[in-house]
Design a protein. Sequence first.
Length: 142
Amino acid sequence: MPTPSMEDYIEQIYILIEEKGYARVSDIAEALSVHPSSVTKMVQKLDKDQYLVYEKYRGLDLTSKGKKIGQRLVYRHELLEQLLKIIGVKEENIYQDVEGIEHHLSWDAIDRIGDLVQYFEEDRNRIEDLKEVQQKNEDNDE
Ligand SMILES: [Mn+2]
């Protein structure tokens, strides 16, 4: 099982490869706001654990194990963003909130959240009902 920090790297490397076709140490460092030497260290660990293959002058590529996990991590991030959006969390809080919780949920919880997001999306009235509750709570707070 990858640690939270390893998950952040695999997720970011997966996104970079999807978007640009490659992931350079400098791009990863920039995306995660860390020093390139930290990236090199982590990339070596991820190589040792067979999430990717790293060759100093040829760059890095995810293994099929790394790709599979990367895809799930990106799905998890996007799903949690969807959830927070549906329940009305302010746009400006969504990214940081997801970064804060994504590593701490079981895949069971992720699957149940998937059901919940589907529940809301299948019938927009359900979102409207939720908004009514929120409106009531706001009115009571005044
Ligand atoms: Mn994330």
